[in-house]
Design a protein around this ligand. Structure first.
Ligand code: HEM
Length: 528
């Protein structure tokens, strides 16, 4: 809308004043005090010094000075939207999680997509993993499924995560590259971490340059547990399947798009949802039990492995629709806090050593990022069910316990005694049997780092294989240290000889390095 000249008043120095009146509300300070002049500071005479007394100026400037909060230590670049999830059927036989009990009942969700390595202002089409984090506001509290668009991860143990991310982000002396995996530190770390080979194949595939966030899959990555009302537990992998199918750009397009429109994905999501073209994903489950898990030649607690869909088909159980953009980017997308330990009755963790470390990391980083222990009071993070407990105070407490009682057990009966625990409704950890010596050790079954990398590569079409080869050549050609290039090729020889030779040729590698020594024999075929 254009501004009618009639609304514009000129001040003594020619400055513009637009005045309240009619339906136009009066501007106020944070204290609600009506403001008469928002163009000029309070001075002594028209050309005199500014006065400390000017509370409106000081409040406005102080607030501006404090606008920035730390960006996320990873996944800083992202975009979010609201929507809902609805199950196609009751899953009561598998889980007593409230959101899966009743066919067609909608649970509100908030989803944030992200890239991992780039800073908050980095371009959308960097070659990178995409975050796919869903917050379900269920009737029994918030469940966060904090996933990615790739079903496996680089590392097997959370203790390596700081090293992985340091190596992936800009190098500490030069401050670049800001959103590229094409640099020495990244490939040095990857080539020294055979466990990363499966993921390395996925990130060199077209999945890391999606056409749009609407054309991506999502994965919970870890093996989780579902627990039903009788206490029977199953293992589960979570999948999101886009209704629009999978689409990517090619590298050439990605490079141009990053220059022409660094907000390409963000804008695409905004335009689609604003025009009523609501993106949709189906939720799929791979469910299996402990006995079945023991038949695999790998460990289901190892986040560098998938469960082959030929062995455990994905069962589609519901759909998620994104139908509303945020009202305010900062309040919602920036302040949303996902955490793998936000879990509801009927769902549980496993001993995946990556998942267990994540459960510590998210809350810890959010305490700093969001300024203290009360960030669950922010509307985007607050559950949509009553929160009742005796936690109190801290910076910016918005919902302290009411009345006299702030502890339990207490002698004040009934409502005056406050909330009480419930054996029937409360979250109960699945009583998995655990025993063993305290050790720092990887299980032996975690040691086959090439078989699934090979299975992924051979499952690709010829065009996709060429893209993977070209991506390796492009990325490694930016690595200045030649021994790192050779070390990567030596790993690729265990994945696929033709791929390794193609990359070596593309890099102009003089001598073919010998294949890396695998810790366990490479299994070429899927188990029967
Ligand atoms: C964000 C840690 C592995 C998906 C984050 C954040 C941290 C973190 C500290 C920033 C959170 C915030 O400031 O709110 C870790 C650690 C990992 C790990 C320690 C391994 C040990 C993974 C894996 C996945 C994943 C395996 C996918 C399955 C995400 C996503 C976000 C995120 C999607 C962005 C959430 C958002 O949109 O706000 N991670 N992460 N992370 N992580 Fe991880």
């Amino acid at each position: 809308a254009t501004i009618a000249d009639a609304e514009i008043h000129r001040g003594a120095g020619g400055e513009t004043h637009q005045l309240a009146g009619g339906e136009v509300p009066v501007l106020t300070t944070q204290q609600g005090i009506p403001v008469a002049d928002d163009q000029n500071t309070l001075r002594v005479g028209p050309r005199g010094p500014a006065l400390l007394e000017d509370f409106h100026f000081r409040e406005k400037m102080f607030h501006f000075d404090h606008e920035r909060i730390p960006e996320r230590v990873v996944h800083a670049r992202g975009v979010g939207a609201h929507g809902f999830f609805e199950p196609y059927e009751s899953l009561a036989e598998l889980t007593h999680a409230d959101l899966f009990q009743r066919k067609g009942e909608r649970t509100p969700v908030f989803l944030r997509f992200s890239t991992v390595a780039g800073n908050k202002g980095s371009p959308d089409l960097a070659r990178d993993v995409r975050g796919f984090a869903v917050k379900f506001y269920t009737q029994e509290g918030n469940w966060d499924l904090v996933g990615n668009n790739i079903p496996v991860f680089f590392i097997q143990d959370a203790i390596k995560f700081p090293d992985l991310i340091h190596a992936a982000k800009q190098e500490p002396d030069r401050g670049f590259p800001q959103a590229q995996t094409a640099h020495d530190n990244f490939w040095d770390f990857i080539s020294l971490s055979p466990e990363a080979m499966h993921m390395a194949l996925w990130i060199m595939s077209d999945r890391t340059i999606p056409r749009s966030l609407r054309f991506m899959e999502g994965f919970g990555v870890h093996t989780f547990r579902l627990v039903n009302a009788e206490g029977r537990a199953s293992f589960v992998k979570f999948h999101w399947k886009p209704k629009l199918g999978l689409q990517s750009v090619v590298w050439n397009e990605a490079v141009k798009l990053n220059g022409a429109d660094p907000d390409f994905h963000r804008r695409d999501l905004w335009d689609a949802i604003q025009s009523g073209d609501f993106p949709e994903w189906e939720l799929g489950l791979q469910v299996f039990d402990e006995d079945f898990a023991e038949k695999f030649p790998f460990d289901v607690l190892d986040a560098t492995k998938i469960i082959p869909e030929e062995l455990v088909p994905v069962r589609i159980v519901g759909r998620m629709v994104l139908d509303r953009m945020v009202d305010n980017f900062f309040a919602e997308t920036e302040q949303v806090a996902f955490c793998t330990q936000n879990i509801v009755p009927g769902i549980d963790f496993t001993n995946d050593p990556l998942l267990q470390g994540r459960n510590f990391s998210y809350l810890d980083t959010q305490l700093k990022r969001l300024g203290g222990p009360n960030f669950t009071h922010i509307p985007i993070n607050a559950p949509k069910v009553p929160v009742r407990n005796f936690q109190q105070d801290g910076h910016m407490a918005m919902r302290n316990p009411k009345g006299r009682v702030n502890y339990e057990p207490n002698s004040w009966g009934g409502a005056a005694g406050g909330p009480r625990e419930s054996r029937e409704r409360g979250f109960r950890t699945h009583p998995a049997q655990e025993s063993g010596a305290k050790l720092r050790i990887r299980p032996e079954l975690f040691a086959d780092h090439y078989s699934q990398a090979r299975q992924f590569y051979v499952s690709q079409t010829p065009v996709e294989r060429t893209h993977i080869k070209d991506a390796f050549v492009f990325e490694l050609s930016k690595v200045e240290t030649l021994s790192i290039r050779a070390r990567m090729v030596s790993h690729l020889r265990n994945v696929d000889e033709a791929l390794a030779w193609g990359v070596a040729e593309g890099l102009g590698l003089g001598d073919m390095p010998p294949a890396a020594e695998p810790a366990r024999p490479v299994v070429a075929d899927l188990p029967p």
